[in-house]
Design a binder for this molecule. Structure first.
Ligand SMILES: Nc1ncnc2c1ncn2[C@@H]1O[C@H](COP(=O)(O)OP(=O)(O)OP(=O)(O)O)[C@@H](O)[C@H]1O
Ligand SMILES: [Mn+2]
Length: 272
């Protein structure tokens, strides 16, 4: 019988780093004895439970393994833990809770989506960002009764966002306690997105208002040319406050996210 190490050994050749995704303690301890000239071990997970020196936070349990890996690599490059072009061995649990799979990936941040930046450095909770993102993508895929629809969601730092905006119409969420994670919310947000203005959502995911006209100071906001007032307002409000803005464009159908006055993510809902 062939030696499996020989058959699969090239997976390990010249690896620069090992990403361990949420390993159990016993699995993690196996790596204690690596030498200095062995590749670095980088822990990836919701918390640094093993006090690893090299650690990347995974704020959402991405179902899709490739999403999980891309997120971690983007984070590792962002944090300066791995370099562009490094060959990485990723060990993760695909079917079991503990590690059951290995995959070799080259760190290629040029293809990075900006998703790490969006989740980890946002004020709002990652699950809240994720829920809003899902609504924007679904709205982009289906539109409103088949017609393309635009929408603007401002997430986090809601008090300040409310101070820098004014109502265009009655607020259907006044005195309500609707959370972005609630099952009914997708239907409600889609319905209300037919009308003008922005949705304002708190750090914890409470929908504070619909129909807000944003009035941030726009100077110093550098958004790509060709985008109109909705995107300008989205960019500007994230420079004036600590909010994250997620925008679905009615004209080109793309979903974009802004933070700190800058475009951090752009994706096509059809590819999602
Ligand atoms: N300051 C603002 N606050 C809230 N909503 C706004 C603001 N400015 C524009 N909008 C909303 O954006 C809609 C589209 O405006 P506009 O076409 O200028 O934006 P855009 O960036 O080109 O977006 P789209 O790509 O969806 O067309 C407006 O009808 C309005 O509902
Ligand atoms: Mn437009």
């Amino acid at each position: 019988m062939s030696d499996l190490r020989e058959l699969f050994g090239d997976l390990f050749d010249d690896v620069d780093g090992i990403l361990l995704f949420s390993p159990s303690s016993s699995y993690y301890e196996r790596f204690d004895d690596l030498d200095d000239d062995d590749p670095d071990v980088i822990l990836v997970g919701p918390e640094n439970v093993h006090d690893a020196d090299a650690y990347v936070e995974l704020p959402v349990q991405f179902e899709d393994a490739s999403d999980r890996i891309e997120f971690a690599i983007e984070g590792a490059v962002d944090e300066g833990i791995v370099d562009e072009g490094d060959d990485l061995l990723c060990a993760l649990g695909l079917f079991a809770d503990d590690v059951d799979s290995l995959t070799r990936v080259r760190a290629n941040p040029a293809e990075g989506s900006g998703i790490y930046e969006l989740f980890v450095n946002s004020r709002a909770e990652p699950d809240v960002i994720r829920a809003v993102f899902d609504v924007a993508i679904e709205l982009g895929q289906k539109g409103q009764k088949g017609k393309p629809v635009g929408a603007l969601f401002v997430v986090g730092d809601a008090g300040k966002v409310m101070n820098k905006s004014r109502p265009l119409s009655y607020n259907p969420f006044e005195k309500s306690h609707v959370h972005v994670g609630d099952p009914i919310v997708k239907v409600m947000l889609k319905e209300f997105s037919r009308l003008d203005g922005a949705f304002v959502i708190s750090d914890a995911g409470k929908i504070v208002s619909a129909y807000r006209y944003l009035e941030p100071a726009a100077e110093g906001v550098d958004i790509p040319k060709g985008l109109g007032a909705r995107h300008m307002a989205a960019g500007a409000i994230t420079r004036d406050t600590n909010a994250t803005a997620i925008v679905l464009s009615e004209s080109d159908g793309l979903v974009r996210a802004f933070k700190g006055g800058e475009l951090v993510l752009e994706l096509d809902p059809e590819n999602y």
